[in-house]
Design a protein around this ligand. Sequence first.
Ligand SMILES: [Zn+2]
Length: 502
Amino acid sequence: MKENNRKNFPSAGKGTGRRLAVLAGAMMLTFASPLSVWADADKGGDTVDTAVTVPAFPGGAEDSQAGQGAASSAGSDSAGGTVQGGVSVIQSGSSTDAGGQTADSSQTTAATQTGDSSGTATRIIRTQTAAGTSGSGTAVDSVSQATSGGDYSLGPGYFGQSGVQIQQSLDPNSATSNAQIYDVTNPVVKVAEKYSYDQMVQDINTLKMKYGNKMQVNTIGTSLDGRAIYDCIIGNVSAPRHILIQGGIHGREYLNPLLLMQQMEMALANYDTGSFNGNSLSSMFSQVAVHFVPMTNPDGITISQFGPDMLRSQTLKDAVSTCYVMDTAAGRTSEDTAGYFSKWKANAEGVDLNLNFDALWQQVSSTEFPSYSGYKGTAPGSEPETQALMNLYNDSRYNWKAVIHYHSMGNVIYWDILGNKVQAESSELANLMSTVTGGYRLLPSEGGGGYKDWIQLSSKPVPSVTLETGKVSCPMPISEYSSIWTDNRLTWAVAMEWVAAR
Ligand SMILES: [Zn+2]
């Protein structure tokens, strides 16, 4: 089934530049020489409104239907932390997926890195052979098998397994070796064990004051407990193409809001002087606006970081206390309140927001009652935080071209869903993200009910991937952050380059 999809990949030389070509047959990823996809908007002016040559829009590429048959399954953190413990299994190379293939050892990966003749580009060719392409729909994947114990529920319903798992052994710096984008010295956004909502709001305001019109800050909704949900747009808000990077939808995954805020600051700080594969960032931002929604679930993060006493609403405090009583009675936790609340994923009503989207929602397994994790709500889209993300995606001002969702944990990428309307494109984006992160492993699906799933099934689908950061269960110690940063600091730039060439 994968073979049938390959015709949907953009061919080399398409459009104004050969930025990325997936070569038929071998499923190679090629980062080709930087050609003039980007106009030099920084010459003679550094504002985002400088006139540039905009690459031709791909003619409805996202509407092309990829194969429908590669439905797949996987447990994930989306329902109950089922990724926990999966890494060691995956890395052992001994786990099996639904089709019975060995997850790693049956696949071939080769990485070749060569400079081109001018010495200005780095070229990476990765060859991979997919594992099985058919699934019985009866087995769980290695991740969920590895995590079926404890007080975590299994992931949402299993829909089969396409078995595309890929091993990488790439130099994490190779995909971005031509990035003239530097970490910020003395940044506004400082690494903290518990990067809080209040700190984030303060930092957003400081960045806005510091970087002015390079950044537009919007609120896209309000949480149950009255916290604003922010959409920070970097670049030209009228750009013909938009990317959305979203994180913090699960409470205990609060290193990702820090990551997204630091990505954002790095983009701003390098805006005027930085370049990526020979293209100035300012010209890139004139054509592609990048939206950062760093903290979709501020109430849940507040609960996980500081406990329910930090909620403002007594009604909501009572609601989450009831969750503890119910989960304890049901045997879903045996922890004390401090341990229990530190693992909180849901919003302040006990709804797991990434199970609340209208994407195979009826099939998504769920607890019967509100909980710290794994409860999908009374109806799809029932929660204000869910609605905020839906409304953002449906905002006609933004021509979305790619969406990246940050979750934790596992150092894996989920990229597919049953009925995915942009399967080939999502696969391509996932491979790209795998490369730039230095080898995050691809897993085909995370079930249903998620924002990614909803986007891939929507009437206007765009390529969409979920990056699961970190190697230990959440909440993660801050010691995990440096590797998360190293792996993910430039995902936004790579995504910008990709969408511009499509
Ligand atoms: Zn998550």
